[in-house]
Design a protein around this ligand. Structure first.
Ligand SMILES: Cc1cc2nc3c(=O)[nH]c(=O)nc-3n(C[C@H](O)[C@H](O)[C@H](O)COP(=O)(O)O)c2cc1C
Length: 345
């Protein structure tokens, strides 16, 4: 990973934009699938959904895939603000396109100083799946996080009371059981699980899930072979019930644009949370099961729930997971055209 000192202050627009991708790739993504592709043009760059990295069982509509790309976009925006690069971002409203946004440098766009303050949190943010300190999120914290999300037209509902946490925890447990009873779901998940000393640059090493070295070696086989739904459901129910806060991010519609904005709001919230010493992890299972998503929507009074998060002060530090470097996810537009022609052939 290059350092800040490597920023090409006197370079071309494209060199600057390419450099910012180093920070985009540190975003979270479902199963650490890193489903993004940056395509370079003369003086701009476009962010594409890399659907070859989709999760057809857990995420059949590519919703989480596009949300993950939205988080990568937000990191890029924060890094741009830090290096004083004014960006213009053109959003593609077409749901059938892989190209999600065009990004160019535009001096008329002005600076976003408030985003720059989040820069130092980009490399420190990780998903922390350990328990959190009880009572460590206040109503004022939740209010501040909701305001951040609202600036992306995404609503955040936060819950710290026993009854709400219990009701949501029950839905998480039910979703766990339903998903893990499926051979196809387990096979897909196992494909992204790695042992602790893996050299893989994507997917989830066992330590990210709290596994020791031995457990991390057998985890993919266990997940693929056995229905571990009851055990996982019991653990997640307990985690959810004892979370200082559970947060549901939702939108009023359910298109690409809503998913990209959800990703941006999510990453905004996660970076601000990191900056303030909070940890976060995902309990997205009930959003991934259609019937339970509808049920969750009715329960919390939201139109389209997109992400369910746990938030609190950590009891243990969590370690970062690997990423594919910027060069591996950035390609030249000419090459991309050849690739499309090849696909047509
Ligand atoms: C849209 C989205 C949904 C996710 N859902 C889950 C989830 O249900 N359970 C979970 O443990 N992690 C979930 N994650 C977290 C990813 O597994 C995590 O971001 C990835 O492994 C990279 O690790 P990091 O966040 O520590 O960098 C989700 C992430 C995103 C962006």
């Amino acid at each position: 990973m290059p350092t800040e000192a490597d920023f090409p202050a006197n370079g071309s627009d494209l060199e600057k934009l390419r450099f910012l991708v180093n920070y985009a790739v540190l975003a979270p993504s479902s199963h650490n699938s890193q489903p993004w592709l940056f395509i370079t043009h003369d003086n701009r760059i476009s962010l594409h959904a890399d659907r070859t990295r989709g999760l057809p069982v857990a995420d059949p509509h590519d919703r989480e895939l596009v949300i993950s790309c939205g988080s990568a976009l937000f990191n890029l925006r924060v890094a741009a603000a830090h290096f004083g690069v004014p960006l213009s971002i053109e959003r593609n409203p077409d749901d059938h396109e892989d190209r999600l946004v065009n990004i160019a440098i535009d001096p008329k766009a002005g600076s976003h100083d408030t985003l720059a303050a989040l820069f130092e949190a980009i490399p420190r943010r990780v998903t922390n799946r350990f328990p959190y300190q009880p009572g460590s999120v206040s109503a004022a914290d939740l209010h501040a996080f909701a305001e951040l999300c609202a600036s992306h037209a995404v609503s955040l509902r936060g819950y710290s009371d026993d009854a709400s946490r219990h009701a949501i925890a029950e839905r998480v447990a039910e979703a766990d059981k339903q998903q893990l009873a499926s051979d196809a779901f387990r096979r897909e998940l196992a494909g992204w699980l790695h042992h602790n000393r893996t050299g893989s640059l994507d997917g989830m090493p066992g330590y990210a899930l709290g596994f020791g070295d031995l457990m991390s070696l057998v985890a993919p086989l266990v997940v693929r072979t056995f229905d571990i739904g009851e055990g996982v459901a019991a653990r997640d129910r307990d985690l959810a019930e004892h979370s200082p806060a559970l947060c549901v991010l939702s939108t009023s519609a359910d298109h690409h644009d809503d998913w990209i904005r959800t990703g941006e709001a999510l990453q905004h919230l996660l970076l601000e949370a990191t900056r303030r010493g909070f940890a976060a992890s995902f309990l997205n299972q009930p959003v991934e099961v259609d019937r339970l998503r509808l049920d969750l929507a009715q329960h919390v009074g939201a139109r389209f729930p997109q992400v369910l998060l746990r938030l609190g002060k950590p009891t243990r530090e969590a370690k970062a997971t690997a990423r594919r470097p910027a060069d591996a996810v950035t390609i030249d537009a000419g090459l991309h055209e050849n690739y499309r022609a090849f696909q047509g052939f």
